[in-house]
Ligand binder design. Structure first.
Ligand code: NAD
Length: 457
C-alpha cells in the first residue's frame, strides 16, 4: 500500500502519514458516487442547504483546530489560517442566499396553451482537483455550490493540503452529506490522473498552468465541462498623483500576504517616476517590518514556502534579474533551515527581459519598475500571457477606470489589490484560465440547462 507523508514546511517535521488512493479505489469511489448522485439531486434543496448550514456551524466551532491543521501542513501562519476560515463563512452565506434563485425553474413564455421553461439540472458527478495555497477557499468554491446544485463531488485536494481536504469531507459527512456524494481522494498527481479516467461530467481544477494544460489534454476528447483556475503575473500601476506611502503599504501587503503564495498576489509593480523614490523607500521599510518565524504564533505574518522546490524557482528569478542589471534592496536568499524559508525580496531596476517580470513567482518576491507615462504602464501591464487581476492606484477614479478598461484581466482593482469577493466572478483571461467560480454564475456553472416545451392538451 502506498502512503503520503505530510511534513511541516516551517520546520521539516513529519506531521502524519496517510494511505493513498490508487487506480482501483478511485474507480470504486467514482462508481459509488455515480450511483449515489441521483438520490442526492432528488433530495429537497432545503435539506441540502441545511447540510451546508451545519457544515458552516462546525467550521465556526472547530476553527482553532482547523486553523492549526492547515498551518502545520501548508506553513500558513496561524492568523492567516484563521482569516481564511473566517473569510469562508461569507462565501458560504453567499451561496446559501443565492442558490434558490440560481436553481429555480424559469418560465420564459406562456401563451396559447404553450409554456416554455428552463430547468437547471446538476451536471452529475464532478471532479475537483485542487491547490494548497488557500485550500478552504479553492476547495469550497467548487464543493459547496456543486453539492447545493445536486452534484456528487470527487475531490482531490493537493498533496500539500490533504489533512485540510479530509477535514472538509469529514465535516460535510457529519453535516449529513452522504459519504458517496462527497468523496475525498488522497494522493498526488497520479491520483488526479486516475480520477480523470473515470466517468465524470465535469472537471474543476485549481493549480498551475502546466498541470492545467495536462488536464485539458487528458479530457480533451470527451465532451465534459472543463474549468481551469490557473496562475497569474498580476500587475499594479501607481500613478503620479497617488499617495506613494499609502500605496506602498497596501501593495507590500498585496505582494507578501500568504508569503506571496496567492494566485492574485501582486507580482509586478509599475510606479510613475515622479513618486518612485518615495514609494520604494516606504515599500522596503514595510517589507522589512514584516514578522516572520513561528507559524503558530499569533503575530507572525510571513511563513515558509509550502513546496520546497519553489525555492529554486525564486533563487533562479533573483539570479536572472541580477545578471540582467536589477538591484536587490532586501532579501534574495534562503532563510534558516530546517524548513523552507526564503526572505521577503524586493528588486528594482527591473524590466521585461527578466523572468521575474514575466513568469509567476509564487513567493515573497517583487520587482518594481519605474515608468514615465500611463501609456507605458498599460503597455507593460498587458505584456503577459496571463490575465488574472490588475490594479491602479490614483485618487482619480475616471483615470483609473479609463486605464483599467484597457487592461486584459478577469478582475481589476482601483486603490486595492489581492482581494476576492463571493459576489463577483473569479476568472482568468489568457493562460490564467477558463471558466469561473463565485458570483451567481459560480453556482450556475454546476448546472446545465434543460429546455421544456409544454403544450397543454
Ligand atoms: P499544481 O498544478 O502543482 O497542483 C494542483 C493539483 O493538481 C494538485 O492537487 C495535484 O496533485 C494535481 N495534479 C498534479 N499533476 C496532475 C495530473 N497530471 N493530473 C491530474 N492532477 C494533477 O498546483 P499547486 O502547486 O497545487 O498550486 C499553485 C498554483 O495554483 C499556482 O500557479 C497558483 O497561481 C494557482 N492557483 C490559482 C488560483 C485561481 O483561482 N486562479 C487559486 C489558487 C491557486
Amino acid at each position: 500500500m502506498s502512503t503520503l507523508s505530510i511534513f511541516n514546511p516551517a520546520n521539516g517535521q513529519l506531521v502524519n502519514t496517510l494511505p493513498t488512493d490508487d487506480a482501483a479505489s478511485v474507480a470504486d469511489k467514482a462508481t459509488a458516487a455515480r450511483a449515489a448522485q441521483a438520490a442526492w439531486a432528488a433530495t429537497p434543496l432545503a435539506t441540502r442547504k441545511s447540510c451546508i448550514e451545519k457544515f458552516r456551524a462546525s467550521v465556526v466551532q472547530d476553527m482553532d483546530a482547523l486553523a492549526l491543521t492547515m498551518t502545520r501542513e501548508t506553513g500558513k501562519p496561524v492568523q492567516l489560517s484563521r482569516n481564511e476560515l473566517n473569510g469562508l463563512l461569507g462565501r458560504i452565506d453567499f451561496f446559501l442566499t443565492q442558490v434558490d434563485g440560481c436553481l429555480a425553474t424559469e418560465t420564459v413564455m406562456s401563451e396559447g396553451g404553450m409554456t416554455e421553461q428552463i430547468e437547471h439540472i446538476p451536471l452529475g458527478v464532478v471532479a475537483n482537483i485542487s491547490a494548497w495555497n488557500y485550500p478552504w477557499f479553492v476547495g469550497c468554491n467548487v464543493i459547496l455550490p456543486a453539492l447545493l446544485a445536486g452534484n456528487a463531488v470527487l475531490y482531490k485536494p493537493s498533496e500539500y493540503a490533504t489533512n485540510t481536504g479530509l477535514a472538509i469531507a469529514r465535516l460535510l459527512h457529519q453535516a449529513g452529506v452522504p459519504q458517496d456524494v462527497m468523496v475525498c481522494l488522497v494522493g498526488g498527481g497520479e491520483v488526479g490522473q486516475a480520477l480523470l479516467q473515470q466517468r465524470i461530467d465535469g472537471v474543476f481544477f485549481t493549480g498551475s498552468v502546466a498541470t492545467g494544460a495536462r488536464i485539458a489534454q487528458a479530457v480533451g476528447n470527451r465532451f465534459i465541462k472543463l474549468q481551469l483556475e490557473l496562475g497569474g503575473k498580476d500587475p499594479t500601476y501607481v500613478c503620479d498623483d497617488a499617495n506613494p506611502e499609502n500605496a506602498a503599504e497596501s501593495l507590500a501587503d498585496g505582494a507578501m500576504y500568504n508569503t506571496g503564495q496567492s494566485c492574485c498576489s501582486v507580482e509586478r509593480i509599475y510606479v510613475h517616476e515622479k513618486i518612485y523614490d518615495a514609494f520604494v523607500a516606504r515599500f522596503v521599510a514595510t517589507v522589512n517590518g514584516m514578522k516572520s518565524g513561528d507559524t503558530e504564533s499569533a503575530d507572525t505574518y510571513i511563513g515558509p514556502i509550502t513546496r520546497a522546490p519553489q525555492i529554486a524557482v525564486l533563487e533562479a528569478q533573483v539570479a536572472d534579474a541580477l545578471a540582467k542589471g536589477a538591484k536587490l534592496l532586501t532579501g534574495g536568499k534562503r532563510g534558516p533551515t530546517p524548513g523552507n524559508w526564503f526572505s521577503p525580496t524586493v528588486l528594482v531596476n527591473v524590466n521585461h527581459s527578466m523572468e521575474l517580470m514575466r513568469e509567476e513567482s509564487f513567493g515573497p518576491i517583487i520587482g518594481i519598475q519605474k515608468v514615465s507615462s500611463d501609456a507605458q504602464a498599460v503597455q507593460l501591464m498587458n505584456d503577459t500571457r496571463y490575465g488574472l487581476t490588475a490594479g491602479i492606484y490614483t485618487p482619480d477614479q475616471a483615470r483609473a477606470q479609463r486605464l483599467l478598461a484597457q487592461v486584459n484581466a478577469g478582475t481589476v482593482y482601483w486603490n486595492c489589490c489581492d482581494r476576492v469577493s463571493p459576489r463577483l466572478p473569479w476568472s482568468g483571461h489568457g493562460d490564467s484560465g477558463l471558466g469561473l467560480t463565485m458570483s451567481r454564475e459560480g453556482i450556475s456553472t454546476f448546472t446545465r440547462p434543460k429546455a421544456w416545451h409544454l403544450r397543454s392538451a
